[in-house]
Structures are given as structure tokens and as C-alpha cells.
Unconditional design. Sequence first.
Length: 403
Amino acid sequence: MTRAAARFIPAVSRTAAVVPFQLDYHPEFELTLTLNSIGERFVGDHVAHYGDGDLVLVGPNLPHAWQSRAAVDAGQPHLALVLWFTQQWAQGLTTPYPELSGIDQLLAESPRELSFSPATVDAVRPRLLAATFALARAAARGIEALQSYLSLQGYLLLLATNGYDPEVEFRQAQNMASRGVHGLILRGDVHTEPLRRLMATQRIPFVNVGVYHPDKPYPCVGANNELAAWRACSYLIGLGHRDIGIVAAVTANNDRASAHFAGAIRALSEHGLTLRPEWALEVPYHLDDARQGARTFLTMAERPSALLCGNDVIAYGVMLEAERRGLHVPHDLSVMGFDDLEWSRHLRPSLTTMHLPTDEVWTRAGQYLVRYLAGQSTTLHHEVDASLVVRESTSPPGPHRGT
């Protein structure tokens, strides 16, 4: 896991009566919560029974596998929530926050295997479930719609996140391929050549979501992100804003964020405007980082009259920091988001943003794979529209913007 936006690797596989034995190992730590399943767990040279709510921390490069014998509820699938993270990520938590130093001890004990008590599982199980699915919902609300569609078609959805690290994405895809998945849904189109070769040699169909690249030979379902950002920035310009700043998502290995930035720059240029270097900032997909980035703008002697944010979560952070500093949105600062997450319409002021039909994007991606696997005709490139949703966080610029 990472504090940056997560990139998903959903995979589809036929629903099975058991979880097959598949030995796996990788350089990351792995925290696995197994639900609705009974069987044996193999970690290193240790074999143990597991049941519903089994929570285990496995250290780097330690061979491990789960073999199920039965589901607790035979009418529901086996479920495993698997979280990968690096030593560096963990140190990023414990170094600035001494109260989390106990994590270091847990990691020190994980080179063999660390199984948590039922009391610990009861305490963290709802939080792990909430955090996992909140992450999925924040980055792609359509995951739930995709899962529902695939379930009706007799397929099981497996989900992994990789923090926009193409190498981690490749290793996760290898792991999924070893488990016999029937297809992959990849977030964006920034993938390693080994991953492309893996899918080609093993004939694993895939589709990129969140992007629309009709000039490429790969299937995709998504919006024209550059055009959507152009529309968002053009709207702010149409309100009369000339001093516009950008709080972008991290663009490294993220072609959607890069396209958003390019679209905003094009809109400014077409109206004879330029982006001042100090008014451009990239932040991870996290409220704290967005608030810290907002402080950079809001403490300037001359600040922008409007901020175009790379996603709604960043916009939330900007609005929270503006409120903390006594600024009124939108009279002192207009804020524009991107995604139209569920909370955006409930904020006060409610957030002006670009709406992406994520349910449609992910469902159509699932439809592509199901039709492909059934030998039916498919559409290689499918574009969805990103539409402007005007709410309360934007208005014409006010007369005072000083600190």
C-alpha cells in the first residue's frame, strides 16, 4: 500500500468451490485477511489450520499459500483481502509518528509468520474491510458495479493495488496469472514490457480502464482525460478567473494525471494565459498531503483566485485548509475537483467537479472481457463522457486575495 493513489488490478476468474493451492512469494510484506473460508495455511515450513477471520502478516520473500477445504457460507465465495507494502512505506509511518513504533516490532517478527489473535481480528476486521473498499470506492466507485456484473456472469473478481508502481503491478499480475485468472482489467496504460509479454504469451485478455486511446491497439474504456481537464479549466476561465493554480495528482506512472495537467495547460494557453511555476503542485492522493499543498498556495503573498484539483480528494483537502485559515470558498478562492465522488455533493459548500460515469466504465470493461472470453464481437475502444457538474465551490473571482 502507499499514500499515493492506488492503481487497481482487478482480475476475473470462474467462481470455484475451493481456493486452489498456489505457492507464492514476493519482496513485499503481505497482510492477508481470509473470510468465509476454512482450510490450511502454508507459510515457509509451517502448516496451520485457518478459519473465517484468519489474519496473518507474512514477511518478504517467504513462500506462502492457502488451501481451502470449505466455505463457511456455501452460498458465498471465499474472500481474501491482501495488502502488500514495503519496508520503506512502513518506515514512512513510524519515523514521523513515534506512537506507531510498535509496527517495527511486528515487522521484525514477520520473517517467519505472524498470526493475530481473535481479539485483534475482531478489532481490525471492520476497519480493514472499510479501508479496503473505501480505497476502491475513492479511486473507482465502479468496482462494486463490476463485481455485481461479473458475479451474474459466473466470474469471481480478484482485486490488488500497487501504488502506481509498474514493477509491483507486474508481480501482482504474475501472481494472478499463476492462479489461472481468465482476464485482467488494468488501470491506465502505463505498464511494463514484461507485463505486456506475459499477457501475450499466456494469452490473457485485458482491458485498460480510465483512459481512452483510440490510436493504440489495446482495448480501453474511459474518458478523454485531456479534454475533460480542458473543459474544467475553461469553465474557471469563463467565470473570469485569470489567476489559476493547479494542485495535480502525482503524474509519475499516472497517465490520467498527466493528461489532466496537459488539458489545463492547453485551456490556459488558448486564452492567452500561462501557469506560474509556483502555482503548480503535485500531491499524493491523501487529505493530509492535499492540505499541506494548499498551505503552499494560501500563504503566498499573491495567491491564485481559483485552484484546479486533480481529483475530488485533493479538492477536499484544499477546502478544509482554506476554511481553517478563515477563507471563504468560493468568494476568496474557487475550488474545482475531478471525479464527482459521493461526498462531493454533500460538502458545504458542495464541490464543483467533473463527473465520470465510473459504474459504466468498469461495467463495460467487465462486459468486454466476458464477451471476449465467450468468443463474441467486442468494441476495442469505448469512450465515456466526462461532464461538468456546477455546484457551490466556484464563482467569479472576488476582489481580495491577499494573505
